[in-house]
Design a protein around this ligand. Structure first.
Ligand SMILES: [Zn+2]
Length: 227
């Protein structure tokens, strides 16, 4: 009889220990995935999401989240509730009745300061600066990475020399950038990237997505020495 009670007791104890262990493992796994997600956001690998807005054909959405937009005005703190939509080219703030809505080019983002569950946006113009409070984690980081991706592309547009026929369209650049995840396809570097013709333009290679890849300056130089 006592033995039976002891066994029942041990069984209960074991099942509690098992469930505690499983919970610990699940928490560890969650932390690991979170760290991985943050690291990939920093590298410019931002997952795309569906948007309720009508976007341009070459535009894709990185974030759509309910936010409270908080501004410190002379008259005091002003909170406005709305939806924040971030794409590869624009940021939209949409209020339920439309008043106080705005949209800006993502290149106007000057700085993003994450502050716990909220973040602060500093814009080049008057529009859009202020604090944003949202339940979506890492929203500030998503905007920061989207702005960096966009600005790197801008640098490469202005850098480009040569005859017009060699120019790669913005649509192809955006597609290639997304496909290659903002990294050199040879070495994985994310700095000093250039759009490279896989088959050189001089040898009949085209400006299509299939013939363009991202290479860092070093790998691009190495390649052109070989050809
Ligand atoms: Zn490289």
């Amino acid at each position: 009889m006592l033995k039976g009670i002891k066994k029942a007791f041990d069984d209960v104890k074991k099942s509690i220990e098992d469930s505690q262990r499983l919970r610990r493992e699940a928490e560890e796994e969650q932390r690991r995935q979170e760290a991985e997600y943050i690291a990939s956001l920093r590298q410019g690998r931002i997952p795309t999401v569906q948007s309720s807005l009508l976007l341009n054909p070459s535009e894709f959405c990185y974030l759509e989240a309910p936010v409270t937009y908080r501004r410190e005005l002379k008259s005091g703190t002003q909170d406005t509730k709305g939806i924040l939509t971030v794409t590869n080219t624009r940021i939209f703030f949409t209020t339920p009745n439309g008043s106080g809505s705005w949209k800006i080019n993502i290149d106007n983002v000057m700085a993003v300061n994450p502050l716990g569950a909220q973040f602060e946006l500093k814009m080049g113009g008057a529009k859009g600066s202020g604090f944003f409070i949202t339940p979506v984690p890492h929203a500030g980081l998503i905007i920061e990475s989207a702005a960096k991706l966009s600005k790197r592309l801008m640098v490469m547009y202005s850098d480009e020399q040569g005859p017009k026929s060699r120019k790669i369209s913005q649509e192809v650049r955006v597609m290639v950038w997304q496909r290659d995840q903002g990294r050199c396809v040879e070495c994985g570097a994310s700095e000093y990237l250039e759009f490279d013709h896989i088959i050189p333009f001089s040898k009949g290679g085209g400006n299509t997505e299939a013939n363009i890849q991202l290479l860092c300056r070093n790998c691009n130089l190495r390649k052109s020495n070989k050809i």
